[in-house]
Design a protein around this ligand. Sequence first.
Ligand code: ATP
Ligand code: MN
Length: 465
Amino acid sequence: MIEKNGYIRDLFRQPLGAPVAALGWVKTRRDSKGVHFIQLNDGSCFQDLQVVVEAGAIPEATLLHATTGACLRVSGELIASPGAGQAVELKAREIHVYGPADPATYPLQKKGHSMEFLREIAHLRTRSNTFGAVFRVRNALSFAIHKFFQERGFIWVHAPIISGSDAEGAGRMFQVTTLDLMNVPRQGGQIDYTQDFFGKSTNLTVSGQLEAEIFALAFSNVYTFGPTFRAENSNTPRHLAEFWMIEPEMAFCDLDGNRKLAEAFLKDIIAHVLDHCRPDLEFFNKRIDPTVLETLEHVAASSFEHVTYTEAVRLLEKARDQGRAWEFPVFWGADLQSEHERYLTEEVFRKPVVVTDYPKEIKAFYMRLNEDERTVRAMDVLAPRIGEIIGGSQREERHDVLLSKIRAQGLREQDYWWYLELRKYGTAPHAGFGLGLERMMMYLTGMKNIRDVIPFPRTPGSAEF
Ligand code: ATP
Ligand code: MN
């Protein structure tokens, strides 16, 4: 059995003089006048454990292999640290090297690596300060999300990843097929999907919303939390081909309730991460973006701004009339672009803004039509630096209105048969939203590229690891 004292995180709380064993990977090593200082980290916390090796304490042959990147077990005694930066350190009596890492070739050296380079070594970047912090925050965030919903009685729904419904239309889809691509069966000039694995054409899901609606109309309050896929060929720092989405769906809820839940949700998960990942957030604040902590504390404590789309357009037009040059023209009916969203959150309100009641033409068919018959009960939550972080709506629960919207948009009625039946049998007002987990991660950490907040990013032209 491997003898151990638990995580390095817990060693810091042991009494001085306690005999302990620490297991982890060497982050850095410094040699000075016969004394060696080894920073050991096991991923359990931001802080490294400083191991001190006094002259003659450990055989040279062992020390030779205790270099950056090596995996070690160090046993010894906890002593008060005279150095700055840590209260205690581990005085080594014995070192076992599980796995050396040749300093001549180990790719993760002490400093100066670009995020792009670190992406190329995704199997090792996990041991860096930055990615240690990123993935601890991602874990805490995921837990906070479940906690928020579970404490409110929401049921977690596992929406399917392979989707047979053509009804989603949130973006370009990845096709799922076992057909022989060298010899695709055809029938009357078309691909014959009856010979495919499922007997029909299928895709990776772009959203679990429609399935969540089914569950909300039986369990009242539900949420999905899982991977979603979009084959959008947009190489932006905010888009992934595979990303995680959280989609709560609530029966007996209107747009106001939806907006309030979204606000409570964002504040709650921010507060949780502030509470549980301080040292990681302090690192981001120091090294990645100096506004991170201030912004998060501000957001957790203040109330979100709420404007209608119509008011938002008025603000953007006013800015234009005062000399602001928009790359994309602003007029009632135009979709808000990233530059507009960022202007509203970063310059006008300086906090998250919920924009509601968009023109029906630029939003999905399932959003509930307002009494003005020109706008729908849609909402986007916009955040500084990120733009859209949440998209949601009150859903159209009236069978006839939904049917006429499906027809008006030229969609095929038969594809939505079960979605329409939900409105035929026991319909109820309901609403929900979707939060992109990685967008939230960018917001929490200040990381500039979405590829650096997911373990193994999938983007156009890239699916390494
Ligand atoms: P955007 O306009 O930013 O592309 P969207 O309108 O396509 O977003 P929705 O379909 O409303 O977004 O999806 C819900 C949420 O999922 C978004 O608010 C965002 O947080 C996230 N999201 C959407 N597309 C992506 C993507 N390609 N990569 C990562 N997150 C995404
Ligand atoms: Mn999109």
